[in-house]
Write a protein that binds this ligand. Sequence first.
Ligand SMILES: [Fe+2]
Length: 470
Amino acid sequence: MQDHAPFLERVFQIPPSEGSYDIEDVTGTIPPYLRGTYYLNGPCLFRRDGQAYRHWLDGDGMVTTLRFENGTVHNAHRFVRSTKYVEESTAGHFVYRTFGTGFEKLKRGLGLESPVNVSAYPYDGKLLAFGEQGLPWELDPDTLETSGEFNLGGRLTPITPFSAHPKFDFETGEMFNFGIAYAAAEPVLNVYHCDGHGNLKSRHRHKLGYPCSVHDFGLSPSYTIFYLSPYLLDMNELMRQGKTLQDALHWTPERGSTLFIASRKSGEAVASIPIGNKYSLHLVNCFEEGGKLVVDMLELDRPVYDQYQIIPDLFTDVSEGYPARLVIDLDKKEIESRTELPYRLSPDFASVRPDLWMKPAPDFWLLGISATGKPGRKFFDQLVHGNFDRTSVDDIYQAPPATYLGGEPVFLPNPSNPAEGVVICQIIDAEKQETAFGLFDPYRVAAGPVAVLRQHAPVAPCFHSTYRLN
Ligand SMILES: [Fe+2]
């Protein structure tokens, strides 16, 4: 089998490190208008005491921040002191079962103890770090010290399902999130609505036709939007047969996928529309226009999580996918139009301009895998800029050989002109185990980074990021 990702094993052997320092090794120029903080989370610890994780989602979460001010940037990165991290650090070895590696211990015998490694978002003056399962953890936004599990003032319990993809209404400060309860008898989609001050306003429960794994959802001014696919979790296999979460997930495309839409205000179901038999890990942006709901998303031929293993041989057989725009007629409860964009190289981690969130946002940025369709391991090596209105994807940065990209590319705007800015993502030299952040011209990413900010201490490729003005 061909190797499309030379030295990828070294990416997962980057020595775990924490630090807080100004980045001084800069090529190019940091735009002097940048005044804000970039937040990134991802799995950065894959080995202890001779044990090695098998799956990219297993590693313990480390949160990285970059604070931009007056043309300078301060970098901090620190592991989240989760129950799992602290207990295993004390023990000196891995204890808990993870997404893809089969240790015995489960949280209260009921589920996985979260590695808190998917995303980090500011909320109500706090910084919250999220994992695929379990409650978020609260961090000091400046020092990144962990203060404890975040439970919405006691409204969430340690076993409340709460996803890693909360969505925020920047105008109101509200936070929305969801969580799937997988009980085989009656699987339920929970939808949470919180005000901007840590108060749970409502929790709505929607019965699901099957116990499907859902990772992300969409938020528009009036709706919450869920792409439900038949990627089914068998809790019996997880809890009683000792399987990993990955091995307890089963793709059954013959059962079909559904777009489920609920009212933001009332929480009630609005529509449940059959949508073929594909899979969506991440949505991009949702908005309403001319009485129609527009859903921009990434659609894949099948789920991708089985491609996150076995480290270091990732994405050996990853499926194609593409950005797609759906226009939904909610009166008729049907899809009025579907547009698939011409980029099929396993797109993931998409974002739009923050000022156009929940509004018509034509431009988007994402990461792709150039060797999609060829057997052999591979990794993200393209930064892609596309445009939904023009249905074009013709601005692509190709990383050099053995250089990989990480972290959802996000748009860092000029506070006085939100159309101007740079797009940031991680750039990883796998052979040298050196990591940096690249700043790109958002509308000309193909030209390569306009600035490269090199880290003293490297950080493994991460998942989601966000940016807030200081
Ligand atoms: Fe995600």
